[in-house]
Design a protein around this ligand. Structure first.
Ligand code: ADP
Ligand code: GN1
Ligand code: MG
Length: 376
């Protein structure tokens, strides 16, 4: 059995530890795999209430091969969401819907460790919300940008030194590049032969990998509390108003660069195709989406970005896309142990879309810079 199937066999232990049925006087109707995340195992729990209504929860097995210390990770999430809740409340917002809420186990803990050493957590499901894999319109993407920008702004006074680094060097592109080179050297030869062109593409850009980390190390870019995984599907939209409602997937909230959050959103959401599209003719950078996001992110950050951060937004987009590409490719070369895959060569397909986007950004570099200049 794989790690995931062993864990899923223990899902009942987790469900019992949370004791939700007796707490809400409900009956468990179903527990089904949910969402499109690449890392954790997510399940939707549906409970029937005595009045025939329903209440839903998200149960997640945290991936402890990737997040080595789930208790410290949960400490981050509890503290960050407590902090956000207070701000949301003070602004007259709805803290139950505008941030994640960690449900305590029957014993009052923020996570549950099962007999196979899997770690689980539960969040009440945010009702009447939508999760998008692709922006329906530039307006959706603009809204997501305002939300990610204001998330960062809300956390600007959070004591960053109290956050645990849940994955060391997460967006350290030179360190990711070293891992990639090791994967090329030690990875599967047959797979490397299939990816010859992509490996060359990545190696050709070695000299650019340290642009952001070098500026950070000399103090030319500020370290902030950032989300670090700002894919469009890590935000929930309000079904009723259509507006961005809640930033989710807080596992990687830790000190980082604003450019990481900007760049990762562009890489995923401003592409004309899916992250794993196999027809590369369908993949390019949509400049109108790039513009919508740039405008929204600067508004959300509300004056907190320095001139240098703003000037480097296109570089953030390019480097985050490149970095994700080398991570997918390294995982392909070493046997798909990190990202969930659903078909042969899935990670290679993903790497190809990222590199196609990088090449398109290079071709559209002046246009990207002109858009940024328009909003600075
Ligand atoms: P992963 O780290 O694997 O990406 P996520 O935390 O992003 O996992 O959750 C996977 C999916 O589950 C999300 O994309 C979203 O669709 C859904 N989801 C997660 N938390 C909630 C929540 N509290 N309410 C509603 N949907 C949620
Ligand atoms: C993973 O967890 P998820 O699916 O939102 C990954 C991100 C990648 C992304 C690529 C902890 O995000 O870094 O950019 O896949 N998360 C982790 O789609 O590695
Ligand atoms: Mg996610």
């Amino acid at each position: 059995m794989s790690g995931t199937s062993q864990a899923c066999a223990r899902i009942d232990e987790a469900v019992a530890a949370y004791n939700i049925d007796s707490r809400i006087n409900g009956r468990l109707l179903s527990k089904t795999p949910y969402g499109n995340g690449h890392i954790n195992d997510t399940f939707l729990l549906r409970y029937e209430l005595p009045d025939q209504g329903e209440k839903k929860y998200i149960l997640q097995r945290m991936n402890h091969d990737i997040f080595k210390n789930p208790p410290l990770l949960m400490e981050n999430i509890v503290h960050v969401t407590d902090y956000l809740r207070a701000i949301i409340r003070s602004r007259g917002g709805d803290p139950e819907r505008e941030t994640l809420n960690v449900l305590k186990t029957g014993d009052g803990a923020s996570f549950f460790q099962d007999s196979g050493n899997n770690y689980w957590r539960v969040y009440p499901f945010i009702e009447r919300s939508l999760c998008l894999e692709k922006a329906g319109s530039a307006k959706d993407f603009y809204d997501s940008a305002v939300a990610f920008g204001s998330f960062q702004k809300m956390l600007s006074d959070y004591p960053a030194e109290t956050l645990h680094e849940t994955i060391p060097n997460f967006h350290n592109t030179p360190s990711r590049f070293q891992d990639f080179r090791t994967a090329v050297q030690n990875g599967d030869r047959k797979r490397a032969a299939l990816a010859e062109k992509e490996i060359a593409f990545a190696l050709d850009r070695a000299s650019e990998t340290s642009v952001l980390t070098s500026l950070l190390s000399i103090g030319a870019l500020p370290l902030k509390v950032t989300h670090n995984d700002t894919k469009l599907n890590n935000i929930l939209f309000d079904q009723d108003t259509g507006k961005a409602l809640c930033i989710i997937d807080l596992d990687t909230v830790m000190p980082g660069l604003s450019l990481y959050d900007f760049g990762d959103s562009i890489r995923f959401g401003a592409s004309t195709g899916a992250e794993d599209e196999t027809d590369l003719d369908k993949i390019e950078l949509d400049l109108s989406l790039f513009e919508a996001f740039t405008k929204g992110y600067l508004e959300g950050c509300a004056g907190s970005l320095t001139a240098k951060e703003i000037e480097l937004l296109p570089m953030g987009a390019k480097l985050m896309t490149y970095e994700c590409g080398i991570r997918f490719l390294a995982d392909f070369l070493t046997g798909d142990t990190y990202f969930k895959v659903h078909r042969a060569q899935h990670n290679l397909d993903r790497a190809r879309t990222q590199f196609k986007l990088v090449a398109d950004m290079e071709a559209k570099w002046d246009q990207m810079a002109a858009i940024v200049a328009k909003y600075k």
